[in-house]
Design a protein around this ligand. Structure first.
Ligand code: GTB
Length: 215
């Protein structure tokens, strides 16, 4: 059965792969699972039909038969638990990789996402510079600890796992800030992940959607 995911019909990131359907596309490409995409507009995302799938009226969603999932992390966890290639088979190694999935979503992503939101929505506020400086301080703290944890390794939890998909899609939001480059191993970590054929297929597919939306 071919699963269906949802994505923006015209992503506000203009095809840069920053919306969270990118994580799900990338994971599906890693496991070699073909999928369909249903494109949604900002208006249709808030209608009851979409909210029945995603209670907060957001993308992405994942539908496979009678299973409907929302939350990109939960979708990746499900794919990792049901297909080889995204989580280690060994139970303890798997638990450690899942801990890193949560770390990406709960510890690293929040200040990075808040920084992106602030730069989009609060740039004209008198307290904008102070807000970004505060967020940068917290982001630097997180990146320093992440850099130390990654060390010389290629991937955050042993072999490549869903934790790398979540961590790298989070770190990519810092492109252009210079924050990643403050650590010698973080920009190469992102570049290594972006070089994966599965990443590139996912990126190209979401970029093509944005191109098509521009007529
Ligand atoms: N926790 C949920 C998950 O991980 O699935 C969060 C899902 C989410 O935030 N979805 C966003 C959404 O649907 C799109 S990805 N927003 C519409 C809404 O809430 O009304 C977030 C996003 C949006 C825009 C950019 N961008 O322009 O760069 C990047 C990321």
């Amino acid at each position: 059965m071919t699963p269906t995911i949802t994505a923006f019909e015209a992503s506000p990131d203009r095809g840069r792969g920053l919306a969270r359907d990118m994580r799900v596309r990338w994971a599906l490409e890693e496991i070699g699972q073909p999928y369909d995409v249903r494109l949604v507009t900002f208006e249709s995302m808030k209608q009851p039909a979409h909210k029945a799938l995603q209670p907060f009226g957001q993308i992405p969603t994942y539908e496979a038969g009678d299973l409907v999932l929302f939350e990109s992390g939960a979708i990746l966890l499900h794919l990792g638990e049901t297909h080889p290639g995204l989580l280690p088979a060994d139970p303890k190694a798997r638990a450690r990789a899942i801990a890193w999935m949560f770390a990406a979503l709960n510890t690293v992503e929040p200040p990075i996402f808040d920084r992106s939101l602030a730069t989009i929505l609060e740039r004209d506020k008198p307290w904008f510079e102070e807000r970004v400086a505060g967020l940068d301080k917290l982001i630097r703290l997180r990146l320093a600890d992440l850099s130390a944890a990654l060390g010389e390794r290629d991937w955050i939890a042993g072999d490549f796992t869903a934790a790398d998909i979540l961590m790298v899609t989070t770190l990519r939001r810092l492109a252009g800030t210079g924050l990643l480059e403050e650590h010698p191993n973080l920009a190469p970590y992102v570049a290594r992940a972006e070089a994966r054929p599965a990443y590139q297929r996912a990126f190209d597919d979401q970029a093509a959607v944005f191109e098509a939306s521009q007529g």
